[in-house]
Write a new protein. Structure first.
Length: 511
C-alpha cells in the first residue's frame, strides 16, 4: 500500500511539474506588420516570455510568410529590433492616485528617467498619468529634452483610479499619424480601478484590434487581489505582467520591459504571389517548428504596369538569358572570322590581277626608296597581324571573412552626408542601404534615394554592391551604375545620393 501511494505521489508531482513547464513555455506574438515599399513586407515577431522569465526568449529561425494561404520563400533578412533604426512608439501610463504617494511615485520617476536615457533617438515616448482624471503629460510630438522636466513634475492626485479609461486613452494616442511602426503600452499601477467608464474587456478588445501589447507592472501597496486585472490584460494582449515587490525591483522591471521590446525580431519578406492591385489581402507569419501561425490583413498599393513575375520563374529567365547571350556571342565570332577570311581573299586576288611593276631606276636614292609605299604583300601581312590589346590593370582581390555578428566582414565608415562619422559593421548578408525603416543603413529621405536603394552581399569571399532598379543609382570609385552590381574592395568609396562611405577592413577610429 505504501509503495502504491508513493508511486501515485511521484506521478502527481511529475504531472504538476509538466503542467508548470507548459505554463511557463514562451509564446510568439505578431506585432507590427507594415509595407514601406511594394513588394517588401516587414513583420515584428516577439517571443513573449512567461511572467517569471528573467530575460526575453529567442525567436525561432524558421519564420515564413503565407500570401493568401500560399507559402512563399524564407525572409530576406531577420534582425533584432535593437540592431535596426526601426522606431518604437511607447506610451507609459502612470498611476498617480493616492495609493502611489511617497516612495512609489519617486521610484517611478527614477525608473522612467532610466528608460528615457536608454531610448534611441528614433523612438517616440508619451507619458500619461491617471487618478480621478486622465492627463497626457507628454505627447509624442514633444521634444525629448522635456521628458526630465515632466517626470520631476509628476505628483499624486486625488482620489480614485481610472485605470481602464487610461489604457483606452493610451490606445488612442497610438493612432496618431507619423509614429514609428512598433507600438507598445507600459502601465504601472496597483491594479485597482475606480470609476472608469471603460471596462477591462473593452480595453482588451481595443488593444487586440490595434495589435498593441500592454505590459503591466503591479505595485502591491493595497490588496494583491487587484493585481489580477493587470495580469489578465497583459496576458490577453500579448504583454507581460511583472510584480514589483520593492522600489529597486520596479526600476529593474522597467528596464526588462525595454529589453523585451527591443529583443523582438524584424523579418523582411518579398511578396511572390500578391500583385500590387490595391486590394486587401490576407497574409500570415508562421513558425513551423512551434506550430504557430498568425494572420493579418494587408492593404497593398495599386501600381501601374504589369504585375511582377513570381521569383520562382527567375531561374528559367536566367537560363534563357544565358542561352541567348552564348548563342549571340558564338554567331558574332563566326561572322567576324568569315569577314576576315573574305577580306584576305579579296586582297590576294587584287594582288594577282595587278600589272607588273616597272623596274626601279638606278637614279633613285636610298632616301627616296625609304619613302616609297610598302609592297602589297607587306600590307596584307600587316592587315592580317593580330591586334595587340592594351594590358589590363591587375586588380588585387581581398578575401573577406563571411559576415557574422561577432566578426564583421568589414566596416562602412560614412565620410560625408547627414550621418558623417557613423560606422556600420557588416555583420549580415545582405546589408541593405535606403530610407526604409528596415534598411540596415537607414539614410535620410532625400531626392534620388529609394526606400530599399541597394545592398551589399557576401559571395565566395568577396563583397558586392548591388542596385536592383534603374532608379537606384550608386557610385563606386567614381563609376556610376544602376540595375547591376560591382565588386567592392578595401578602401573603395561608395556614394548613394549625397551620402559617401568608405569600405574599411578594420573598425576605423572616429574622433
Amino acid at each position: 500500500m505504501f509503495v502504491r501511494r508513493a508511486a501515485l505521489g511521484i506521478a502527481a508531482m511529475l504531472a504538476m511539474a509538466s503542467l508548470s513547464g507548459q505554463s511557463a513555455r514562451p509564446s510568439l506574438r505578431l506585432g507590427a506588420l507594415w509595407m514601406d515599399q511594394y513588394p517588401v513586407v516587414n513583420a515584428s515577431v516577439e517571443c513573449v516570455p512567461s511572467a517569471d522569465a528573467p530575460r526575453p526568449c529567442e525567436t525561432p529561425k524558421d519564420l515564413r510568410l503565407l500570401e493568401d494561404g500560399a507559402a512563399t520563400d524564407p525572409p530576406t533578412g531577420v534582425m533584432a529590433l535593437s540592431d535596426t533604426k526601426i522606431g518604437t512608439a511607447m506610451v507609459v501610463a502612470l498611476d498617480v492616485s493616492g495609493s502611489m504617494r511617497g516612495r512609489p511615485i519617486e521610484a517611478m520617476q527614477r525608473a522612467l528617467a532610466g528608460f528615457a536615457a536608454r531610448a534611441r533617438t528614433w523612438d517616440k515616448i508619451a507619458v500619461l498619468t491617471f487618478a480621478d482624471d486622465v492627463r497626457t503629460d507628454l505627447p509624442f510630438d514633444t521634444d525629448r529634452s522635456a521628458l526630465a522636466t515632466v517626470l520631476q513634475s509628476v505628483q499624486t492626485r486625488c482620489c480614485n483610479t481610472h485605470l481602464y479609461d487610461a489604457l483606452s486613452a493610451s490606445i488612442d494616442l497610438l493612432k496618431a499619424s507619423g509614429l514609428p511602426p512598433v507600438h507598445r503600452i507600459m502601465v504601472i499601477s496597483d491594479g485597482k480601478d475606480e470609476g472608469s467608464r471603460t471596462s477591462s474587456e473593452d480595453v482588451v478588445k481595443r488593444a487586440k484590434n490595434a495589435h498593441v501589447a500592454i505590459d503591466a507592472i503591479g505595485i502591491s501597496r493595497i490588496e494583491a487581489v487587484y493585481l489580477r486585472s493587470l495580469e489578465t490584460i497583459a496576458s490577453q494582449t500579448g504583454g507581460v505582467f511583472r510584480r514589483a515587490e520593492s522600489d529597486t525591483v520596479l526600476e529593474r522591471l522597467v528596464a526588462s520591459g525595454i529589453d523585451q521590446t527591443l529583443a523582438a525580431r524584424v523579418a523582411s519578406f518579398r511578396l511572390s504571389h500578391i500583385a500590387a492591385d490595391g486590394a486587401l489581402h490576407t497574409v500570415a507569419i508562421a513558425a513551423p517548428s512551434l506550430s504557430w501561425q498568425e494572420e493579418r490583413p494587408l492593404q497593398v498599393p495599386k501600381l501601374e504596369g504589369p504585375a511582377p513575375r513570381s521569383r520562382k520563374t527567375l531561374p528559367i529567365l536566367i537560363a534563357s538569358a544565358v542561352f541567348l547571350l552564348v548563342g549571340s556571342a558564338t554567331a558574332l565570332e563566326l561572322l567576324r572570322k568569315r569577314s576576315k577570311i573574305m577580306a584576305l581573299e579579296r586582297s590576294q586576288a587584287a594582288a594577282r590581277s595587278a600589272p607588273p611593276r616597272p623596274k626601279e631606276s638606278s637614279s633613285v636614292t636610298p632616301a627616296t626608296a625609304d619613302r616609297k609605299s610598302p609592297p602589297i604583300v607587306a600590307r596584307e601581312a600587316a592587315a592580317d597581324a593580330p591586334h595587340t590589346r592594351p594590358r589590363r590593370k591587375t586588380v588585387m582581390l581581398h578575401r573577406y571573412e563571411e559576415p557574422r555578428p561577432d566578426r564583421p566582414s568589414a566596416w562602412l565608415s560614412q565620410t560625408s552626408g547627414a550621418g558623417e562619422h557613423f560606422v556600420y559593421a557588416l555583420i549580415k548578408s545582405p546589408t541593405w542601404i535606403g530610407t526604409a525603416s528596415t534598411a540596415t543603413i537607414q539614410l535620410d529621405h532625400t531626392p534620388g534615394i529609394l526606400s530599399m536603394h541597394a545592398y551589399i552581399e557576401f559571395e565566395d569571399g568577396n563583397l558586392y554592391l548591388t542596385s536592383e532598379s534603374a532608379d537606384a543609382k550608386v557610385v563606386v570609385e567614381g563609376e556610376e551604375f544602376s540595375a547591376s552590381r560591382r565588386l567592392v574592395l578595401p578602401g573603395n568609396t561608395i556614394r548613394v545620393g549625397n551620402e559617401t562611405f568608405r569600405m574599411d577592413l578594420s573598425r576605423p577610429t572616429i574622433e
